[in-house]
Design a protein around this ligand. Structure first.
Ligand code: GTP
Ligand code: MG
Length: 353
């Protein structure tokens, strides 16, 4: 079997966490699986991909642009995974992206007819997004939240560990009433719950290949995309003292970004901070909104002396302002920790063009 599925869904909804859990679960229970992280930064080292690899997942990345516009490179990557014995491959798309149903599923089918078995087009969502959509309070980003779900054959309501069973049933019912073509599955990717149902839905299910009109490139699309900016930073840090706590350092940067963005009236749907040392010990910290607590997703086991750091952010903020908030936070906190930095790559751009 040569199954492929796209995982769409908004920033921070849990695509990477779910792909990591599913890659491992599927490999243990069904057949070898692999995951691809896709984002827009130029060059290598997405935080998502490094995190998945450091966690032991069969993972790789595709960068530069959405896989929507890389049908040939994607087909080549899929074939090399199938040649190595994989039977299920999943790739995400950038978290504010829409249109992958047309660009990836229909694109691959038109260019490589019969080569790939497309599993249901999968869209991750979470309780907070359902609440915003239900309440009509999603603002300018409503187009993205709603359109992503419109494209779904399979909607995965993630983070069910955060809500009661009653709420879970209520949200699932709301989703199935509003997105009539989609099947709904409830999971907690973080706890690994729901992986069997999700595995079977992808293994046995088929893409509908629907072509919903999503107004791609229209006013609502341009307005939503025009608000978003992306930030990518990679550096190496040398530590002065032998009690350096890498996780506390990442957390301090995340707190400063959160506070500065909130004071400026900006929103940061996802900031990822990952650091690792030469022997493979690592720390991972996430911020998924300026009204949220910082989430530590992996803790350094020991103090370290040399670290590589990757920071990726997606924000509802003009690019120059996001660049300045992030640059100041990294500089200021690194000074406090007396780190010496060698910066390899820094990039910040708005999605409005
Ligand atoms: N409570 C809870 N948190 C979760 C769950 N799944 C993911 N998270 C957390 O949500 C945050 C974002 O998860 P990711 O998997 O990185 O989200 P993503 O959709 O890949 O985000 P982008 O790459 O920015 O599009 C992380 O801090 C995760 O630990 C879950 O099932 N329950
Ligand atoms: Mg991700």
């Amino acid at each position: 079997m040569k199954k492929f599925t796209v995982f769409s869904g908004f920033l921070g909804s849990g695509k990477t966490t779910a792909m990591m859990a599913l890659t491992q679960y599927y490999t243990e229970h069904f057949a070898k699986a692999a995951m691809i992280s896709n984002d827009l930064g130029h060059g290598v080292n997405l935080a998502d991909n490094r995190f998945a690899q450091l966690s032991g997942c069969n993972a790789s990345e595709m960068t530069e642009e959405c896989i929507c516009y890389q049908n040939e490179a994607l087909a080549e990557r899929l074939n090399s995974y199938y040649d190595s014995g994989c039977e299920l491959i999943m790739s995400d798309i950038p978290g504010f992206g829409v249109g992958a149903l047309e660009h990836v599923y229909h694109g691959l089918t038109a260019k490589f007819p019969g080569q790939f078995e497309l599993a249901p087009f999968t869209v991750m969502t979470e309780p907070r997004i359902v609440e915003l959509l239900r309440g009509g309070t999603a603002g300018d980003l409503e187009y993205i939240y709603d359109t992503q779900l419109e494209e779904a054959d399979l909607i995965v309501l993630n983070k069910c560990d955060l809500i009661s069973d009653g709420k879970k049933a209520e949200y699932a019912a709301w989703l199935s009433e509003h997105y009539l073509h989609a099947r709904i599955i409830c999971i907690s990717a973080l706890r690994g719950e729901g992986m069997e149902e999700l595995s079977l839905a992808l293994k046995n299910g088929k893409a509908s290949m629907r072509r919903p009109d999503i107004g791609y490139g229209g006013n609502a699309f341009m307005n939503a995309m025009g608000q978003m900016s992306e930030y990518y930073l990679q550096y190496h840090a040398t530590v002065c003292c032998n009690d350096f706590d890498g996780t506390a350092y990442l957390r301090s940067i995340a707190e400063k970004v959160r506070d500065d963005a909130r004071d400026a009236g900006r929103e940061v749907p996802h900031l990822k901070l990952l650091a690792w040392e030469p022997e493979g010990d690592f720390g991972k910290v996430d911020l998924i909104g300026t009204d949220r607590d910082i989430e530590v997703n992996h803790d350094f086991a020991r103090p370290c002396t040399q670290i590589a750091v990757v920071i990726n952010a997606s924000a509802v903020c003009p690019a120059e302002e996001l660049d300045s908030i992030l640059t100041q936070a990294v500089k200021g906190i690194s000074n406090e920790y007396q780190l010496e930095l060698i910066v390899y790559k820094t990039e910040c751009f708005g999605m409005g063009g």
